[in-house]
Design a binder for this molecule. Sequence first.
Ligand SMILES: *Cc1c(COP(=O)(O)O)cnc(C)c1O
Length: 229
Amino acid sequence: MDFFDRVQSVRRRIQTACEQAQRNVSSVRLVGVTKYIGPVELAELYRAGVREFGENRLQVAKPKLEAARVNHWKDVTWHFIGQLQTNKVKEVLREFTWIHSLDRWPLALEVNKRAQELGLRVPCLLQINVSGEETKAGLAANEALSFLEAAHSLSHIQVCGLMTMAPRADVPEEIRYVFRGLRELRDHLQSAGHAGIQELSMGMSQDFEAAILEGATIVRIGQTLLPDR
Ligand SMILES: *Cc1c(COP(=O)(O)O)cnc(C)c1O
């Protein structure tokens, strides 16, 4: 299968999961994670219709950001999905529209400051460590509410949802509780008065269907979009 077939296949699987969950397919956005590929393959993904791309490291993203610029792709949205160092924030904000990995207060302050300088209001997701694994980045679920209340004072950040990474698992069913946990946290935050917390960025190649069944609004898919090598 080439990129085109891969994208079609992923879109069909998203559609099937949406039908199963009785959700509208337009309620799930596909972010193609391009960290494994170069600019030429990026162009193939673009030709196959993908318009939202995710990268987890600025350095790795650069040749592809450059390709998007050179090709004048005005309809592409970049999502920063990896751990973000404060000294990279300024450059990241010049290139990426979304930040999925807001996970600590000093980072929020820096994003707000740099966004102000650039005249931006940046859509951000709070990264939550639902599974509680020590190796995983993210706020604990019980820290989210106070973080959000404090973030109200940061007028150049718009927190519009939550993101999580599930642990590796042999079967997606094993980690469905992680996705359910993120959705329940979102619902809790909404009922605590934070109606703007809507997005759920969860689900990757191994588990995106389970994530959609639990309410994912953004799936981040890399591996499964790649052609066989
Ligand atoms: C790499 C990565 C993905 C995509 O993972 P695949 O298993 O290749 O689909 C999603 N989210 C984040 C944060 C990643 O770093």
